[in-house]
Design a protein around this ligand. Structure first.
Ligand SMILES: *Cc1c(COP(=O)(O)O)cnc(C)c1O
Length: 397
């Protein structure tokens, strides 16, 4: 790493993993397109296969571009090391498989990213690994669900679609007492607004597709680990045969350098839009952790240092044509899966509201908003037009 010393987060995110001296002074590392990496002697080949070898062996295990990205993310998150995966979900799957074998049990938060549930209920079940879903607000009560064969306590905070803030330190305390590892999907905070390792997390997972890449143009995942958990996650990565393409890893590195600036922009706009939505008669609740009215606000304030651009708004019960008219009227907000790019998005949440530990019973329609980097007043005007149209259609129905 070129810059050595004790620096603050914004400095680390801009410089970590850079090494211009080894590349003609050029700021960014080259994008290595590599499969075969050659050796000129048997001795060199043998050396490369000894434990602790620091060079490169094969394209699938990464190039200097991958290493620069991994170092930069690990430094940003304050972890020991980071492994990149070809998508966020690949990172989720790889992190789980690193710590379980047939006969084990895992605890999965009820508000997790929906494909996690599909993976646990089908794939893990078929491998003889059992899953129990738990209330995201369980806190230290997690101790009662931990069995002798429980290996993982999986957390995601805030929860997908509904934004429950988990008491990660309390959960981690109990998990560690019983020898479980704590995995956290830390995508919402970009690994920047929540310091996973200071709060007891052992592996911080991100869909880097979202804020790290930040421009809606690549799929990427990360697992940032402690010294103790890195070897298992590394072994899982190698065993599963994944590899991340050179251009995607580069886009991740490129995005990361400005993530802190973008996140502050998302935060500023999100707070403005969320506060405005709270004043609207059509709105039942705004599910945004940074609003004092939100039940998770106290924990968010205690553990997080910022709010990113993703939250939900609960629209009071309306006939479907009125809800559809609201979303169809929006011009800046487009509908789309994913988020974390510079652009604003809106999405009805019903398809991700699968809960088994604590069923979702609130009346109305949840709409998940990703607040982008446009002008906040233009975003508010767009939502205002949508809500007026909703009222019009509802009255006519
Ligand atoms: C998008 C997302 C994922 C999956 O990431 P992909 O890159 O789409 O595979 C995982 N967790 C959360 C919270 C996400 O939003």
């Amino acid at each position: 790493m070129a810059l050595k010393g004790n620096f603050r987060r914004d400095t680390i995110i801009t410089h970590a993993g850079l090494d211009p001296e080894s590349n003609h002074g050029i700021v960014n590392p080259p994008v290595y397109h590599a499969s075969t990496i050659t050796f000129s002697s048997v001795a060199a080949w043998d050396e490369a296969h000894k434990p602790g070898y620091k060079g490169y062996i094969y394209g699938r295990y990464g190039t200097p571009t991958h290493r620069a990205f991994g170092e930069a993310v690990a430094a940003t998150e304050g972890g020991h090391g980071c492994i990149a995966w070809p998508s966020g979900f690949a990172a989720v799957v790889g992190a789980i498989l690193a710590f379980v074998k047939s006969g084990d049990h895992i605890l999965m938060v009820d508000s997790a990213y929906f494909p996690n549930r599909r993976f646990c209920d089908n794939f893990l079940k078929n491998m003889g690994i059992e899953t129990t879903y738990y209330d995201p607000l369980i806190g230290g009560g997690i101790r009662d669900l931990i069995r002798p064969n429980t290996k993982i306590v999986y957390t995601e905070s805030p929860g997908t679609g509904t934004f429950e803030i988990q008491d990660i330190p309390a959960i981690a305390d109990e998990a560690h007492k019983k020898g479980c590892v704590v995995l956290m999907d830390n995508t919402w905070s970009g690994g920047l607004f929540f310091n996973a390792f200071k709060h007891g997390v052992d592996v911080s997972i991100q869909a880097a597709t979202k804020y790290i890449v930040g421009h809606s143009d690549a799929m990427l995942g990360t697992t940032t680990c402690t010294e103790a958990t890195l070897p298992a996650v590394e072994a899982s990565f190698k065993a599963l045969g994944y590899s991340v393409g050179p251009d995607d890893i580069y886009l991740g590195l490129r995005g990361l350098r400005t993530m802190h600036v973008r996140l502050r922009g998302h935060q500023e706009n999100a707070l403005k839009v969320a506060s405005w939505l709270e004043t609207r008669a059509e709105v039942a609740r705004v599910l945004c952790p940074a609003l004092p009215s939100f039940p998770g606000y106290r924990l968010w304030k205690r553990d997080f240092t910022g709010c990113s651009g993703l939250f939900s708004v609960l629209i009071k019960e309306q006939p479907k044509p009125a809800m559809d008219a609201f979303l169809d009227t929006l011009r800046i907000f487009r509908m789309g899966a994913s988020w974390g790019g510079y652009e604003s998005l809106a999405l009805p949440v019903s398809n991700v509201l699968h809960r088994s530990a604590v069923p979702w019973t609130e009346k109305g329609t949840l709409v998940r908003l990703h607040i982008g980097l446009e002008d906040a007043d233009d975003l508010i005007a767009d939502l205002e037009a949508g809500l007026s149209r909703l009222t019009q259609v509802a009255k006519a129905a």
